[in-house]
Design a protein around this ligand. Structure first.
Ligand SMILES: NC(=O)c1ccc[n+]([C@@H]2O[C@H](COP(=O)([O-])OP(=O)(O)OC[C@H]3O[C@@H](n4cnc5c(N)ncnc54)[C@H](O)[C@@H]3O)[C@@H](O)[C@H]2O)c1
Ligand SMILES: O=C(O)C(=O)C[C@]1(C(=O)O)C=C[C@@H](O)C=C1
Length: 316
């Protein structure tokens, strides 16, 4: 058991990340009481049954009224409205944080909604799975992962330190950077890969229709890895692309240029160039494994495989 960091925590949005946080806080004894709220009545009822919070509130205002920490854990497109809905009910001295995959747009919307004296610490755990909903959460999700904090004008030093302590206690390493840098880095390492996965799985499905033949049935390792990523929550990803438009378009432009270069290598049978590229990318993967940031068979892959074989249904 670690040391308690907060008395009363409110988590708004009880999907994969919100429920994982609730589990993690309880498993590690980091809060006295956790109150949850979700905009969906169905999710509230499921969360009540799963009992990972001490209480499920009926309204956003009720969920935050006693909180000394409020976590906004909904799709980034809903974060501004959620902040508006709690603005009048917050206790003085409360810290508000979020977990959204985009930072600049979220900061603008949340800070426009919250009273100026409220401390806001924008955050993003670089941890997740393709599953969503309250059944998908587990307390060890954040262990051995990064949590990025992107302080803004409304982030006090004391609040930043407490949120950093919280992520450390949940098992994460913490890095601080500007929101703009975060959005560009994540456009490259998270948003673009998801876009490619959504697209390639869509292309294969179209191929199947056009050729009226089985394409996906015969897919093996490589394509299956793409289908895992492409199974991620549609609302969450719609919001990420709409809220990190510039950085994603910038990275997509660069990616298209690199893809055109590979196209040329194949057309002109430049085997050396192809081999050089693949040698470089293999070294990058091996470097990630050696640095301990990934295993050959990630845990969440095993969880997914187990649930595909008939285990608990974890998607909403
Ligand atoms: N899934 C991941 O891998 C991952 C990783 C890191 C961060 N994130 C971020 O975490 C956030 C939540 O993602 P998730 O994977 O938990 O999604 P999820 O789909 O599992 O859950 C989101 C929940 O938010 C609820 N919600 C929507 N609007 C709300 C509102 N106004 N008030 C309260 N609840 C509301 C939905 O009903 C849903 O239950 C997103 O901003 C996402 O960018 C996701
Ligand atoms: O592991 C996965 O399945 C994820 O997609 C996690 C992932 C990522 O792209 O790395 C997805 C979105 C986030 O905001 C952070 C983490």
């Amino acid at each position: 058991m670690s040391q308690k960091i907060f008395e009363n925590v409110a988590i708004l949005g009880l999907g994969l990340i919100g429920s994982s946080l609730a589990h993690g806080l309880r498993d590690k004894g980091l809060a006295s009481r956790v109150v949850g709220y979700d905009a969906s009545e169905d999710v509230r009822a499921r969360a009540e049954k799963l009992a990972f919070c001490d209480e499920i509130a009926a309204t956003p205002e009720d969920s935050v009224k006693d909180a000394d920490l409020v976590v906004l854990s909904m799709p980034v497109g809903a974060t501004g409205e959620a902040a508006k809905s709690i603005a009048g009910a917050l206790k003085p001295g409360v810290i508000v944080t979020d977990v959204g995959g985009v930072k600049s747009a979220v900061i603008t919307k949340v800070e426009a909604a919250l009273p100026e004296e409220i401390a806001f610490v924008p955050g993003h755990p670089i941890a997740g799975t393709e599953h969503s909903g309250p059944e998908a959460g587990f307390g060890s999700l954040f262990e051995g992962r990064w949590a990025i904090l992107t302080p803004s004008d409304r982030t006090t030093d004391a609040a930043l330190q407490k949120i950093s302590d919280l992520w450390h206690a949940l098992g994460s390493d913490v890095e601080t950077m500007t929101p703009e840098h975060h959005d560009l880095v994540l456009a490259t390492t998270s948003h673009l890969p998801h876009l490619i996965a959504f697209n390639i799985v869509g292309t294969a499905a179209d191929m199947e229709e056009v050729t009226r033949s089985e394409v996906i049935k015969f897919s093996a390792g490589g394509f299956r890895d793409f289908t895992r990523i492409a199974a991620s929550d549609p609302v969450m990803w719609r919001d990420i692309f709409l809220n990190n438009k510039e950085a994603v378009l910038e990275m997509l432009g660069r990616f298209s240029e690199d893809l055109a270069a590979v196209q040329r290598m194949i057309r002109w049978e430049d085997g050396d160039a192809l081999q050089d590229l693949f040698t470089r990318t293999r070294a990058i993967r091996r470097g990630i494994i050696e640095a301990g940031q990934e295993t050959e068979a990630p845990d969440f892959g095993r969880r997914a495989a187990q649930s595909e074989k008939g285990g608990a249904k974890s998607e909403s």
